[in-house]
Design a protein around this ligand. Structure first.
Ligand SMILES: C[S@@+](CC[C@H](N)C(=O)[O-])C[C@H]1O[C@@H](n2cnc3c(N)ncnc32)[C@H](O)[C@@H]1O
Length: 203
């Protein structure tokens, strides 16, 4: 049975991320892995899973959760400044859920591109700041349906992880992604999230 399972606006995307990673297999990196719930769910589906997070509390929770699972490794570090060995490794799938807005956008996308293997896929579930009238109208229209879904799921589970408010709008994220990850798709999703997906060309 799954330890300390919960549902929230981030875990709502787990099934789709896992199904996508499973298509490629290989090594999967979860950047900002928090308490490791996604790593736990990925572990039976791919050969190797690596989680990285600079928060000691989150990593301790993940260690506890993943203690009996052999194909998962944890790195207690900042993804942007992680020591050399990690920088040289490449992953078939790089996932990051609700974490990109904690980092400098440009530096994070550049490093994500670097650690992704040729032919691999980057999948980011992100949060954007609502600034334009269009953003506010879209988020406002989602309020009631999302409340209903929260109720259906028995409320939102909040793991003990660091949170912060998004600082870039979806428009700004699209602009930077277009430059760093040519061909990336950035789509609004339910639960006030977006999905950025990018396939790294084969060299
Ligand atoms: C809102 S939590 C999301 C955690 C998890 N992905 C989830 O969906 O529950 C954001 C996470 O990003 C981590 N984080 C912040 N800055 C980071 C960085 N530079 N490198 C890697 N992880 C980072 C935080 O410690 C935190 O665990």
């Amino acid at each position: 049975m799954e330890m300390d399972s919960y549902w929230n606006h981030n875990t709502a995307f787990h099934d789709e991320l896992i199904a996508d990673a499973k298509l490629r297999g290989g090594r999967v990196l979860d950047i900002g892995c928090g308490d490791g719930l996604l790593l736990q769910r990925l572990s039976p589906c791919v050969p190797q899973v690596i989680g990285i997070d600079p928060d000691h509390t989150a990593i301790a929770l993940a260690q506890r959760r993943l203690a009996a699972i052999s194909n998962v490794a944890l790195i207690n570090s900042d993804f942007l400044t992680v020591p050399v060995p990690m920088q040289e490794e490449q992953y078939a799938t790089v996932i990051s859920v609700a974490t990109l807005h904690h980092m400098d956008l440009r530096s994070a996308l550049l490093r994500m591109r670097q650690v992704l293997a040729p032919g691999g896929r980057l999948l980011i579930i992100g949060l954007a700041e609502d600034k334009s009238l269009m953003d506010l109208v879209i988020s406002g229209s989602l309020l009631l349906p999302i409340r209903i879904m929260d109720r259906i799921h028995g409320g939102i589970g909040n793991p003990k992880v660091r949170i912060s408010a998004p600082k870039e709008t979806l428009r700004e994220i699209r602009q930077v992604a277009k430059e760093i990850l040519p061909g990336a798709k950035v789509r609004r999703r339910f639960y006030y999230r977006y999905l950025l997906s990018w396939d790294k060309p084969l060299e």
